[in-house]
Unconditional design. Structure first.
Length: 117
């Protein structure tokens, strides 16, 4: 899977995806840090990459209809410190193998994933 990790997540999230065999890059890798959501959205559409982010704006299906993207994964976590985010991502990785993210919005909470296609 092709993934872009947003700037609000640690670089190590991309490393986890890469270690698992995914083509993962960060917003920072492309010098897109600080760019508006519309710019990030357009880039991931062109690149056909799923976005992994903490930015709740990407969970707004009126602004970002899931069917227009290769996937949107929005983390809604009680704690956003690096170690907790990485722990959640390690648990999430096997689900990427079983479930299709393309055309879907995944809202990932502490113990659940809400998928909207």
């Amino acid at each position: 899977m092709r993934i872009k990790v947003d700037e609000n997540l640690p670089r190590e999230v991309a490393d986890l995806f890469q270690t698992a065999g995914h083509d993962a890059i960060t917003v920072g890798d492309e010098r897109l840090g600080g760019k508006p959501d519309a710019t990030i959205g357009a880039v991931i559409q062109i690149e056909e990459r799923a976005l992994v982010t903490l930015d709740l704006d990407f969970a707004d299906i009126r602004k970002h209809p899931p069917e227009d993207y290769a996937g949107l994964v929005v983390l809604r976590l009680n704690h956003q410190d690096k170690s907790h985010v990485l722990q959640v991502m390690r648990r999430l990785l096997p689900i990427f193998v079983r479930e299709e993210v393309r055309g879907s919005l995944w809202v990932v909470g502490e113990g659940h994933i809400r998928i909207r296609s």
